[in-house]
Design a protein around this ligand. Structure first.
Ligand code: DAK
Length: 258
């Protein structure tokens, strides 16, 4: 693997821990970070020594979303051309158990990345949300689909339509996380869970994961496709340009419905 700029990788026996590492930008998922993440997962996938993987950020943020500066000026055609969805599909197809260890912000694409993981251990400080609506767009990496399957229509609507953040405790009550632990132990707890699973038969674990995901995958591909088209469409609106420009300029957005 070539050297990593926006990720850190640690290995301990059969468990690998991948750290999202753009601390100044709250681990915002820029294009380069996403490419690195896919390369790392590819390598871990074909490494027989590794049986389970923990994905984490740092104490302040798991990830505050996709990098808004990457998208602010893009139109629908440009978003289509970038084909970022292929990277998210790769994460979706990762065959080994993926455990998210979340502290601080898990927002937008960050929250969607958490929902790509198979299990989630959250620190008491974790906050989850899909704030894309405040930028004049909608979740683009499965947020409307996976969140709704996890928390139900009413809670998903509230998160997706208001962009509000919820606490770790609330996320636990809504079934988005396995458990909430003190900040000192969220990473250890996730690694402990990864080690426990790594003792099982890797082939049985793989087929068990595949089988559980089948419950979610029925109609998921169709839903993702629908969400994706709507997401692209919004990049031809003035509101998307205004929403993202307002974030960068640190001012409230004025939406006109255009
Ligand atoms: N992108 C870029 N920079 C970000 C960022 C982001 N998402 N989030 C934070 N930062 C940067 C801030 O601009 C700031 O940079 P400097 O001013 O220091 O240069 C630095 O990180 C620290 O942030 P703040 O100063 O804002 O820190 P606060 O504690 O005051 O606030 C915050 C933290 C998380 C509440 C705030 O930063 C915030 O609201 N951030 C934006 C959250 C957000 O809207 N996230 C959703 C982004 S849209 C796709 C798939 C998925 C997606 C897109 C495409 N495809 C497959 C095509 C997903 C889209 C999204 O996630």
């Amino acid at each position: 693997m070539t050297s990593l700029k926006h990720l850190k990788l640690e290995r301990d026996g059969h468990v690998a821990t991948v750290f999202l590492h753009r601390p100044k930008q709250l681990n915002a998922l820029n294009l380069e970070l996403m490419s690195e993440l896919v390369s790392v997962l590819d390598a871990l996938e074909s490494d027989d020594e590794i049986r389970s993987v923990v994905l984490t950020g740092d104490e302040r943020a798991f990830a505050a979303g996709a990098d808004i500066t990457d998208m602010a000026d893009a139109d629908s055609t440009e978003m289509l051309r970038r084909n970022q969805f292929a990277k998210w599909e790769r994460i979706r197809k990762f065959s080994k158990p993926l455990i998210a260890a979340v502290s601080g912000f898990a927002l937008g694409g960050g929250c969607e990345l958490v929902m790509h993981c198979d299990m989630v251990i959250a620190s008491e400080t974790a906050q989850f949300g899909q704030p894309e609506i405040k930028l004049g767009v909608i979740p683009g990496a499965g947020g409307t689909q996976r969140l709704t399957r996890t928390v139900g229509k009413q809670h998903a609507m509230e998160l997706v339509l208001t962009g509000k953040f919820i606490s770790a405790k609330q996320a636990e009550a809504w079934g988005m996380v396995n458990r909430v632990v003190p900040i000192e132990s969220y990473l250890n707890e996730a690694q402990k869970l990864a080690r426990e699973i790594a003792q099982m038969s890797p082939i049985a674990v793989r087929l068990a994961k595949e089988s559980v995901l089948k419950v979610y995958d029925a109609h998921l591909a169709e839903g993702l496709e629908f969400e994706r088209k709507n997401f692209y469409l919004l990049f031809n609106t003035e509101d998307q340009k205004e929403g993202m420009k307002a974030f960068i300029e640190k001012r409230p957005a004025k939406f006109r419905g255009k």
